[in-house]
Design a protein around this ligand. Structure first.
Ligand code: SDX
Length: 430
């Protein structure tokens, strides 16, 4: 294949270089398009536009492939855990033992939050959405670490390793404290003898008279859930983190913006919407047939289905589907939601509407069933997604920060508003 492409615009030909990724993806490099031709490219939703070169995650949506730094998600799910995968995503390789121990120590040491931040929770009503609290608290966290949130890129990078471990640790603590505040319960301090996921469940569910005991493998299921959410190339929230980082903003501000982007029901908010959908179907006595029909008529969306990139099965959904069965079995829970989810999946996978549109279960379809079995309330589901995605946001922020040629993200537009007109005063106004 030629290494350039020629585009004819009007009576002129313009040549543009081609880019090729390590997995063979091809791109037309249009960085000089406007300067050369006066034209811009238009791609609402960016479905055909690459915003960056990245080494972190590779997805082949047609084949249902997901790899982090070259490692298939299936192998990481079987052999790795959340913190090790977090280091892989952030630093580029599986950590040697001494590095992994140092990282785990830093995560453990950073599990508490400044007591000054405890009072921030007093300012939220108990009915505040956990994602609103999480975003606010993450940005506030930066205020307690001015040396890490200076917006002086060199200085922020100099503290990157501490900031990464601190955010991965404290996002979990803030999430648990949010739950406790909303439930009117006293905060539970982290237990340094517990590993990452179990420490979260301890901070969520321990009581003054008896500490949380993980009897049915809930911590293992949660660790897998978090690991499967660690990164996912340029999804809506990660692109938001990169957008904010491109202006020179620090890591706290960037991930706080990522939380806001993740909250939407088309993105991370879908895991809450899936459970709501399954419960509504269960309550209505529908076996899923009516709902599928409504989705086909555009009257409903099969939440947890479909994906901008995957036009095949989301590999994470396969793993989470098995994990959901496993956790329910070990807890001896008969959750009708799982049966409904499996019936919906079967029906959709056989239905031409879904087949033609290549709509398959995505990461959110089964994840809520696992979180519900562990005892996480539905409105905390997207917070759990944010905890899992923190390493990916951090890694993407670093790719921007490390690149001296990185430019501020500032897309163009096609203006369709009123053309030039003179202002005529409408009489005396305030
Ligand atoms: C995540 O990007 C990432 O990587 C995200 C994520 C990550 O790890 O960060 O993977 C996490 O966000 C997963 C997606 C969670 N969202 C949902 O499950 C919500 C339900 N899904 C849809 O809203 C939708 O599928 C999107 C938003 C996920 C993708 O939307 P697209 O790519 O813009 O596709 P589209 O809306 O243009 O749909 C194409 C067609 C349309 O029908 P027609 O106009 O051709 O007739 O498919 C239909 C849509 O109506 N369709 C659905 C559907 N999803 C798409 N019809 C019914 N149910 C659905 N879920």
């Amino acid at each position: 294949m030629e290494d350039t492409a020629t585009i004819r615009l009007g009576s002129e030909n313009f040549e543009f270089p081609l880019l090729k990724g390590t997995e063979g993806e091809m791109a037309l490099d249009t960085r000089t398009l406007r300067a050369k031709s006066g034209f811009i490219a238009f791609d609402e939703g960016y479905g055909n536009t690459g915003s960056c070169l990245s080494d972190i995650t590779f997805i082949d949506g047609e084949k249902g492939i997901l790899r982090h730094r070259g490692y298939p998600i299936e192998q990481l799910a079987e052999h790795s855990g959340f913190l090790e995968t977090a280091m892989l995503v952030i630093y580029g390789d599986l950590p040697p033992e001494e590095c992994f121990d140092a990282f785990r120590f830093s995560v453990r040491e950073n599990a508490s939050i400044h007591t000054g931040m405890h009072h921030h929770f007093d300012g939220f009503p108990s009915y505040a959405h956990p994602m609103a609290i999480l975003s606010a608290m993450l940005n506030s966290l930066g205020a307690y670490y001015p040396e890490m949130s200076s917006n002086d890129r060199e200085q922020d990078l100099a503290h990157f390793n501490e900031t990464a471990a601190l955010l991965i640790s404290k996002v979990r603590t803030i999430a648990a404290m949010t739950y406790r505040m909303k439930m009117g319960l006293p905060f539970v301090y982290p237990d340094h003898n517990r590993r990452y996921a179990e420490n979260f469940l301890h901070m969520m569910f321990s009581k003054p008279y008896n500490d949380y005991v993980d009897e049915h493998g809930a911590a293992k299921a949660l660790d897998l859930f978090l690991m499967l959410h660690a990164d996912h190339e340029q999804n809506c929230s990660t692109s938001t983190v990169r957008m904010v980082a491109s202006g020179g903003a620090n890591l706290f501000a960037s991930v706080s913006a990522g939380v806001c982007a993740l909250w939407g029901p088309s993105h991370g908010g879908a895991n809450m919407a899936v459970i709501q959908m399954l419960e509504d179907i269960h309550k209505s006595g529908d076996d899923g047939t009516r709902f599928i029909q409504a989705a086909k008529e555009g009257k409903a969306k099969l939440m947890g289905f479909g994906h901008r990139v995957y036009k095949n099965y989301d590999p994470r959904a396969k793993i989470l589907g098995k994990s959901a069965e496993g956790i329910l079995k070990s807890m001896d829970i008969k959750d009708p939601m799982l049966d409904i989810a499996k019936r919906l999946e079967q029906a959709a996978l056989e239905d031409p509407y879904f087949i033609e549109r290549k709509l398959y279960p995505n990461v959110d379809f089964y994840s809520g069933i696992i979180l519900k079995a562990i005892g996480i309330p539905v409105e905390m589901f997207t917070v759990m997604f944010a905890i899992g995605r923190m390493p990916g946001w951090i890694a993407n922020w670093k790719e921007i920060a490390d690149n001296p040629k990185s430019r501020i993200h500032r897309p163009r537009q096609i203006y369709t508003g009123a053309t030039l007109r003179d202002y005529v005063a409408m009489g005396e106004r305030e």
